[in-house]
Write a protein that binds this ligand. Structure first.
Ligand SMILES: [Zn+2]
Length: 314
């Protein structure tokens, strides 16, 4: 990563409350708030020097269970654009925007993904609603960024939304998005090549919650998790026992903890099932700057490398 993109990334990962001070070029920068670190990286990459970016849920933090602060409310109230994932991933964002109040342009990154490519909320057996429901019943799984092809849709939606909010910078946003889109197309091909090195029968992985269903569909890997679509849903003892039996029966060794949620349950499952806990996967958040997954592209490369090494041991 070169110096310029490193600086941009640090700006992207500034946590709520404080607007990032970037050098002024005599041009009014568009004030943009991103709900969480992964969408913030897309926004920073497309927006470049033309935006001032604040991020509400920073690196290694869990957006499912996040509770906005008074500082977030001030940040959102002062913004011209608010970018979220949508589909109930940040169930607190609408309330925050309403209360701030936020009067600018909303960009919902998943709105660019056509309905037929949504995966339905499959109603995990332990159900929803421990006070942090992730979405409406019958809604869609929000973790679409795990399929690079759908992340490219996010980038398109962000570029168009920013272009509409700041027409004077529209060409810049669209050009940067086009350059980024080429890199993401290469990344998508790289993921396919890597997964193809693992025999199909070995492509089984255990993770903390159901965040990889789009990845599973796109790249042909089976994921199982004790928790459902939101980390706010508790795993039942029965589900955990069933999962442990499956891991033993199928000889699954590829068991992974997540960067932004508690590793305790997965560590317990690995102990009881006789599996080995692999390197941390970056799932619903990037790593801190300088970490192994401080951009979306690095996150995918880190995760896929870890998954392939883990699955090889199955
Ligand atoms: Zn999640």
């Amino acid at each position: 990563m070169n110096q310029i993109s490193r600086r941009r990334l640090c700006a992207a990962l500034t946590i709520g409350g404080a607007w990032t001070a970037l050098p002024a070029f005599g041009q009014q920068k568009l004030k943009v708030v991103a709900s969480f670190s992964i969408v913030a990286d897309f926004v920073a990459t497309v927006g470049g020097e033309r935006i001032e970016l604040a991020t509400l849920v920073g690196p290694d933090k869990d957006a499912h269970t996040y509770q906005p602060t008074a500082g977030d409310s001030r940040t959102v109230a002062g913004a011209q654009v608010l970018v979220t994932n949508g589909l109930g991933f940040e169930s607190w964002a609408d309330r925050l925007a309403g209360a701030a109040p936020f009067k600018g342009r909303r960009i919902v990154a998943t709105s660019a993904v056509p309905r037929e490519r949504h995966l339905a909320d499959h109603g995990h057996s332990h159900g929803h609603g421990h006070g942090h429901s992730h979405g409406k019943p019958g809604g869609s799984d929000p973790h679409m960024w795990q399929d690079v092809a759908l992340a490219r849709r996010y980038v398109g939606a962000i570029a168009e939304g920013l272009a509409q909010a700041d027409p004077a910078s529209a060409d810049s946003f669209r050009q940067r998005a086009a350059t980024y889109d080429k890199r993401l197309a290469e990344l998508d091909a790289w993921v396919r090549e890597q997964i193809a090195t693992v025999p199909a029968a070995k492509r089984r992985v255990i993770t903390g919650h159901d965040a990889f269903r789009y990845f599973a569909r796109a790249y042909g890997v089976t994921f199982r998790a004790p928790q459902g679509l939101s980390t706010a849903q508790e795993a039942s003892a029965k589900d955990v026992a069933t999962l442990i039996q499956q891991i033993r029966r199928e000889g699954i060794r590829a068991i992974f903890i997540e960067n932004m949620s508690s590793p305790k349950l997965i560590e317990q499952i690995a102990r009881e099932a006789g599996g080995v806990v692999g390197p941390t996967l970056y799932v619903d958040a990037l790593s801190a700057p300088g970490g192994p997954a401080d951009s979306y592209e690095k996150m995918l490369r880190h995760n896929v490398t870890a998954l392939v090494a883990g699955m090889a041991k199955n």
